[in-house]
Write a protein that binds this ligand. Structure first.
Ligand code: PLP
Length: 339
């Protein structure tokens, strides 16, 4: 069935961002493809990065890992580790996060297989505490990880975590060590170790201002006009009448809304474009629709496609939502089209 809204995704930009992260980190680059590759499509992203040489992919759960096809054995690491009800997959290694998970892994009968381990160096989210390292004795560790809490800021915890992780690398033997997410890649090469694990920057997010020089946008939203209408001076537009026309206007009502991740926070501040002309959002974004001012554009008709080029840092500043939320909110009604 024809879908009236689509997400245009740019393979060349994705690969270019992957290469930029290789150049910046000077080490091996894996890819966080959890949460459906932040909304862009985990299978499609995985295939493209695999072709570009990527051999390390990160998902949150075994359920996410099980949905992916065609990735090489052991190329996926499951960030939430090995839960009671999880079933082993040839494609995936668990990232063990706690003494309890280590015990479960040892008792699983698979513990001669390689596993990954997450250490908590100061975030207090997932990972073994540094006083629990004895639990790792004898494990066959592929990659030892830790995760930065504040890499997108200049925060003293970055240095503290780096120092603690470096100490842990002296104590725990593993084939590889990994600390940095996207923002961490831009903190400096001393954060890179043997593997970095970007997600956001692969998909065009800018985690630190310097990344803006090398990271390219990967997606744009396109949606079709459902109808156009005249609005007379003095009339209001949309829910709660938040926009009042101060002159005669032509508006286009377009097939995308907050159920698709085009958030209400874009009400009266977002813009779309058609043939290079900016079309401001008028009034509230609805669940399935948004209204655009097309007064200056000649001949907009139902069925025309308009484009929302959502610049992630700008949109984040405008809405108060994180770039992660803006990406992962992109809904399921889009046709995802990779060029
Ligand atoms: C999500 C995640 C990443 C990727 O983070 P970005 O900020 O999107 O680059 C890396 N490591 C871990 C442990 C994660 O959970």
């Amino acid at each position: 069935m024809h879908r009236p809204l689509r997400l245009r995704c740019d393979s060349a930009a994705l690969i270019s961002n992957y290469r930029a992260l290789q150049k910046q980190s000077k080490t091996v680059v894996g890819a966080a493809i959890k949460a459906n590759a932040y909304g862009l499509g985990a299978q499609q992203v995985g295939e493209r990065l695999l072709q570009a040489g990527c051999r390390d992919f990160f998902v949150s759960t075994y359920a996410e890992a099980a949905e992916l096809v065609g990735l090489p054995d052991e190329s996926l690491a499951v960030l939430h580790g090995f839960q009671q009800s999880d079933e082993m997959l040839p494609s995936a290694r668990p990232v063990l996060n706690s003494v309890e998970q280590v015990r479960r892994w040892r008792n699983s009968g698979a513990s001669s297989r390689l596993c990954d381990v997450m250490l908590d160096t100061g975030m207090n989210r997932l990972g073994l505490r540094l006083d629990e390292l004895a639990a790792l004795d004898g494990l066959n560790i592929h990659t030892l990880h830790s995760h930065l809490a504040c890499a997108d800021e200049d925060h003293p915890l970055n240095d503290v975590q780096l120092r603690r992780f470096r100490e842990a690398t002296q104590l725990i033997r593993a084939q590889r060590y990994s600390l940095a997410n996207s923002a961490g890649v831009f903190l400096g090469s001393n954060y890179a170790f043997d593997l970095v694990r970007p997600g956001l920057a692969l998909y065009g997010g800018i985690p630190r201002a310097v990344a803006g020089k090398v990271i390219k946008p990967v997606f744009a939203v396109e949606a079709q006009v459902v109808q156009t209408r005249d609005v007379h001076g003095g009339e209001t537009i949309g829910y709660n009448a938040t926009y009042t026309a101060d002159h005669f206007m032509r508006v286009a009502v377009v097939n995308v809304g907050y159920a698709d991740g085009y958030w209400r926070a874009f009400s009266n501040i977002g813009t779309a474009e058609l043939e290079g002309q900016a079309l401001p959002v008028c009034g509230r974004v609805s669940m399935d629709l948004v209204t655009l001012d097309v007064t200056e554009v000649t001949e907009v008709v139902a069925g025309d496609w308009v484009r929302f080029s959502i610049d992630l840092p700008t949109a984040s500043a405008q809405t108060g939502m994180s770039q992660y939320e803006l990406l992962t909110g992109l809904g399921s009604r889009f046709e995802r089209i990779w060029s």
